[in-house]
Design a protein. Structure first.
Length: 148
């Protein structure tokens, strides 16, 4: 029977005392903290880039919706003879029309909110109209607004 201070291992050439060998069976605290710090930095970069991509996608979606709504408003003007009083008139017939027989439903669905959940602003100024997306801050006439 072998001596209890020696441990037999087939991959070790000579039997040496266990206390003489520096066997590691776990990671040190420094190694674990270093790996965690690296993971936090990588997660920060990924999160920052994903948020930036989502914001750009929302802006592009709002621009496309504004272009579609502008086309709808122009179609309404050609059909009815005047601009709608609200964007809802593209979907539901307004009660203030002079000739209700000229109205036809332009939009097949109710007008959706912008990508941030705010309604589009619609203003008529004589022969011009403006459709405004108030953007992520929800404030009109701020730098992040999108206008047709």
């Amino acid at each position: 029977m072998p001596n209890s201070t020696y441990l037999y291992r087939p991959n070790v050439r000579f039997n040496t005392p266990v206390s003489a060998r520096h066997e590691r069976s776990a990671f040190t605290l420094i190694e674990v903290l270093l790996v965690l710090a690296i993971l936090v930095v990588v997660a920060g970069f990924v999160t920052f880039n994903v948020i930036g991509v989502a914001d750009e996608a929302n802006k592009k979606a709002a621009k496309v919706q504004i272009q579609n709504l502008s086309s709808f408003v122009n179609t309404y003007r050609l059909t009815v003879g005047s601009y709608p009083s609200t964007l809802d008139a593209l979907y539901t017939q307004p009660g203030d029309l002079q000739d209700a027989s000229r109205w036809s439903q332009i939009s097949s669905k109710p007008i959706p909110p912008d990508p941030w959940g705010h309604p589009y602003e619609f203003k008529i100024d004589g022969s011009k109209f403006e459709i405004r997306c108030i953007g992520p801050d929800g404030q009109s006439n701020s730098p992040d607004d999108l206008v047709n």
